[in-house]
Design a protein around this ligand. Sequence first.
Ligand SMILES: C[S@@+](CC[C@H](N)C(=O)[O-])C[C@H]1O[C@@H](n2cnc3c(N)ncnc32)[C@H](O)[C@@H]1O
Length: 292
Amino acid sequence: MELFDREQTFVITATVSDSKITHSQYASLCLKDAIVDQFQEKFGARPNVDKRNPDLIFNLHIHKNTAVISLDASGGSLHRRGYRQESVEAPIQESLAASIIDLTQWDGERTLIDPMCGSGTLLCEGLMRYCRIPAAYLWENFGFMYFPDFAPEIWQQVKAEADAQIRALPEGLIMGSDAAKLAVKAARINLGQLPYGKEVVVRTSRFQELEPISNAVIVSNPPYGVRLGAQAEAAALVGELGSFLKHKCTGSTAYLYFGDRELVKKIGLKPAWKKPLSNGGLDGVLAKYEMY
Ligand SMILES: C[S@@+](CC[C@H](N)C(=O)[O-])C[C@H]1O[C@@H](n2cnc3c(N)ncnc32)[C@H](O)[C@@H]1O
């Protein structure tokens, strides 16, 4: 009651592990009852649960019979940046793409290129990094806005200060391409949600047909197959990618995220380093290659 009033809606997300309570749904039901009973006793009326669009989200985390109840200040998963309007098969999660871009330590000195850009997640995250676009720039609704001590004027000031840091993207600094026309369309739409996203040139081309790329930072997430036939196809394509990098990308550095760790062996290049990266159901590896 100190945290919210009965006109506001709420929902509970629960996780349980290694505890006497084994069902997260049961655990969230107990917390829901505890909350509404308090209101009912005091006011004779109770706040409603709204699973789709709640004002407040309570996270209940039970581990080894100890429960921690927290109020979600974000109001949803922050990996959803809000730019993904269109998707393709096997897009990577925005936060995974952000980590990959971070690990490249790309600083805008060289052109950033994704020659298999799919829906453009790596391009969007590269753009956000260079232009200093805050991760939740497109969000309008946060959990903390429903807290009783929320001060809109302080929020507006903090947001204005962060937005003032956003800088323009120099022409041609970020480029992408993909063999599939629909992927290129999706990438353009997604990039278009972000400031300066329309400055990113995305075109339809197989990487095998691209003109030579020199002194660039190449970052990409090649297709990986789950079925047997698709696995062989993915392995052959990675072999072609290795040859493209070696012969047509001299002076460049490539960072490739393989959704299937076995694919690293098929590229025919010696990695400078490899880092296992798991996220959003993917258990892959990021490998760095220097092409001299
Ligand atoms: C795993 S998806 C990339 C997903 C992307 N990272 C995203 O988040 O949307 C691999 C992409 O490679 C593209 N592709 C496959 N063969 C290609 C080729 N020879 N040249 C360029 N792109 C290719 C596919 O069209 C697909 O969009």
